[in-house]
Design a protein around this ligand. Structure first.
Ligand SMILES: [Zn+2]
Length: 414
């Protein structure tokens, strides 16, 4: 809490002396006086050498008056103080357990000159009780310190972080930045993470998590890199190839296709010959055309149904699920539980089930309800621009190596 401050006072004296010599030229002279001022001990920005310091903690049912009366501040003065604090701090809001400091005069009165209240590790409120009462709020300097954490998933991401003594806030940040590629509700035992982040510190004490700087999350044996990078002072997360981690879905599950029937709440069904809702979008294409996963996710069904024919259903994250109907066949390896990446071939166009001709019926769920994916507002997904790519690759090179899992997981390290 106490800071030693020493400083120099530089006095610049610029004296212009006019001279009345015969040539009439004025002469300028510059004089610099450098003087060392003795070290002053300060706390909360206040020189404290003439005060006695008392530190304490607000106890249960203790009010501001209870503290200040002990240091010879009268009720009328306290009243004045509470009024002066208006807009800065509500003096009725002092909380048991919070720290305070009283600086009292070293004279016969022993009267408090300052009362400093600390509502949190970051801020403090100074009640200046000398001549005219003044109340102001100050903020301590926050430093961001680089930290590393590594661990293996045993149960949930949240619990895994708790077990290695890392704030679960970090788990939340990770699930946020990986929201488009990893479904953290479905992570598995054995998944592994190594993350570099910043810790916010005030005078050497941790007060919270800053930002995730880089992470390697290994999920179902697949590696997911994330690097924070700023372009034109806008920071975002990118993978090892410079692609945005916020992956919007592909516009269509086929590379070349035409929409043969759009999403509608009511349409005339060509096979059933009656009006019914079509909660999907049909893309017509020749039989055997590859069908692509529109986003990263886990296959939760690769099955056959009387109406749907051969179909694949993919859960992308806690919000979105997609389904692809009437396939002639599944792509190799695509089955329940397979993890697929955006653009991976999952099957081939066909007309199995209730279909008039070869097409894929694409269905899109948002929070359990079928919606028209072409109307969904999805996050922007811009990669590192070509002109910044070289600089980006150079910037992540070392960090990428440092993200390789160390031999011993399950520990948090500095
Ligand atoms: Zn359809």
């Amino acid at each position: 809490m106490l800071k030693q401050i020493s400083f120099f006072l530089i006095l610049g004296l610029l004296g212009l002396s006019s001279c009345t010599s015969g040539d009439g030229n004025a002469e300028a002279s510059l004089l610099i006086v450098e003087e060392e001022i003795p070290e002053v001990e300060t706390a909360y920005g206040i020189p404290i050498d003439s005060y006695t310091i008392h530190q304490g903690e607000i106890r249960n049912n203790q009010f501001l008056a209870d503290v200040l009366l002990k240091y010879h501040i009268s009720y009328p003065e306290i009243d004045k103080l509470v009024k002066a604090a208006k807009g800065v701090f509500d003096a009725r809001r002092i909380v048991p357990g919070d720290q305070y400091t009283v600086l009292s005069k070293r004279d016969s009165t022993g009267k408090a000159a300052y009362f400093i209240y600390e509502p949190n590790a970051l801020e403090y409120i100074v009640f200046d009780l000398r001549d005219s009462v003044r109340v102001y709020r100050e903020e301590r300097e926050v430093t961001e310190v680089e930290k590393w954490a590594e661990g293996e998933i045993s149960s949930s991401l949240y619990e895994s972080f708790q077990s290695i003594g890392v704030s679960p806030v970090l788990a939340m940040k990770l699930s946020d930045l990986y929201a488009w590629s990893i479904d953290f509700y479905r992570i598995q035992k054995g998944d592994h993470f190594r993350v570099m982040y910043t810790e916010r510190q005030v005078e050497g004490e941790a007060i919270g998590i800053g930002d995730v700087k880089a992470c390697l999350f290994t999920h179902s044996g697949e590696k997911f890199y994330a690097f924070e990078h700023s372009i034109d002072s806008i920071s975002d997360y990118y993978d090892e190839n410079g692609n945005s981690l916020r992956k919007a879905f592909l516009k269509a599950p086929l590379q070349f296709s035409r929409i043969s029937s759009g999403f509608s709440r009511k349409r005339f069904h060509p096979v059933q010959k009656r009006w019914k809702a079509h909660l999907g979008t049909d893309y017509a294409a020749p039989k055997g055309t590859p069908i692509l996963a529109v986003g990263d996710g886990k296959v939760i069904a690769a099955a056959f149904g009387k109406y749907n024919g051969r179909y694949v259903k993919i859960r992308h994250n806690s919000t979105y699920t997609t389904q692809y109907l009437h396939m002639s066949g599944f792509a190799k390896g695509v089955k329940n539980g397979t993890y697929v990446r955006q653009g991976d071939v999952i099957g081939y166009v066909g007309s199995t089930g209730l279909a008039t001709g070869p097409h894929v019926c694409f269905r899109f769920w948002k929070n359990g309800a079928q919606v028209d994916h072409r109307r969904e507002k999805l996050p922007p997904s811009k990669p590192i621009p070509a002109e910044h790519m070289e600089a980006y690759m150079a910037a992540i090179e070392l960090t990428r190596k440092q993200l390789e899992p160390k031999k011993k997981p399950m520990l948090a390290s500095n």
